[in-house]
Design a protein around this ligand. Structure first.
Ligand SMILES: NC(=O)c1ccc[n+]([C@@H]2O[C@H](COP(=O)([O-])OP(=O)(O)OC[C@H]3O[C@@H](n4cnc5c(N)ncnc54)[C@H](OP(=O)(O)O)[C@@H]3O)[C@@H](O)[C@H]2O)c1
Length: 290
């Protein structure tokens, strides 16, 4: 991975931290995107010390804010005209319905729209790489997901589990749709894949949860694997030569597996693509590669 520029969102903790650490061990220039300066500084310090790689940096971004994503992208593109790897990893779980400053339900905004928007803004830098790889961290929770087209915020009957599953179904559909669109434009140096990390012992179910949900997550995660194990497939997809050019697939334990039936419905993927474009005010998703 030497000489490659890799971006990992949510690289300050959990699966993202381990992904960034492994890429650093492999010699990549790693940039972690984090919303918290203290956590970001601590993560960079720790990755540098463990990997002996000095080329580790962070950029502050609140992925629930479209303005913040735009600002971070501008900052990244000023310093890097070519990006080799983007791991869309940051994610969150909210017990209660909370809207972002853009008026969007938070899980939908952070878990799906941020992947969609950041990828769009950076596309012009992936096109310059020989073998650009976009990895979206999804979840098998998407198997229970349903896209509530009439009420994406689930305002009528919000539940964190439903909103999470919906956002994770959007991850898989986004990956399949972008893959189709890249292929239809003859763009074959950019691959995009979705990863399911399994049940992983992280704090995701605690940070924005009411005490009952937080308690339930503490019990549930006991059966999970370590963040380092949970990161293995993301790392494999970001760095393995074996899978060069493989795109538009759903991965678990470094193997391709089928995703849910709903995730293959192209009509729905196109619909959610259109809604995401509107919500992010993106007219032409590929304008940045022209
Ligand atoms: N843990 C599991 O069992 C599991 C299973 C399936 C899928 N996943 C997926 O794995 C990914 C990583 O989650 P994790 O389990 O490693 O949890 P985690 O340790 O909480 O990591 C999530 C990362 O996302 C960041 N983040 C959240 N909201 C953000 C925002 N608005 N702006 C910027 N960064 C933000 C977090 O920052 P802070 O540290 O500041 O909160 C953190 O760095 C997520 O996409 C999750 O859905 C996890």
């Amino acid at each position: 991975m030497e000489g490659k520029t890799c971006i990992v969102t949510g690289g300050n903790s959990g699966i993202g931290f381990e992904t960034a650490l492994s890429l650093a061990h492999q010699g990549a220039n790693v940039i972690i995107l984090s919303r918290n300066q203290e956590k970001a500084e601590a993560a960079v310090k720790s990755i540098k010390a463990k990997s002996q790689n000095k080329s580790i940096d962070f950029i502050l971004v609140d992925l629930s804010s479209q303005k913040s994503i735009r600002d971070a992208s501008k900052y990244i593109l000023k310093a890097h005209d070519k990006i080799d790897v983007l791991v869309n990893n940051a994610g969150a779980w909210f017990s209660n319905l909370v809207l972002t400053e853009d008026g969007i339900e938070r899980q939908f905004a952070i878990n799906h729209l941020a992947y969609f928007y950041l990828t769009h803004l950076l596309l012009g830098a992936f096109i310059k790489a020989d073998d650009a790889r976009i990895i979206c961290v999804g979840s098998d929770s998407h198997f229970h997901g349903k896209i509530n087209f009439d009420d994406l915020a689930l305002g009528k009957k919000y539940h964190g589990i439903k909103a999470y599953a919906q956002s994770k179904l959007c991850n898989v559909m986004f990956v399949y749709e972008l893959d189709r669109q890249l292929k239809s434009r003859g763009i074959n140096n950019i691959s995009i894949n979705c990863v399911q990390p399994g049940l992983v012992k992280t704090d995701i179910g605690i940070k924005h949860a009411i005490s009952f949900h937080s308690f339930a997550w503490r019990i549930r995660r006991m059966g999970g694997v370590s963040p380092a194990r949970g990161a293995e497939t993301s790392i494999y997809l970001a760095s393995s030569n074996e899978i060069r050019g493989v795109s538009g697939r759903y991965w678990d334990k470094c193997k391709i597996k089928p995703s849910s039936k709903k995730s293959y419905i192209e009509e729905d993927a196109k619909k959610i693509w259109g809604i995401s474009k509107e919500l992010c005010q993106v007219e032409d998703y590929f304008s940045t590669v022209l």
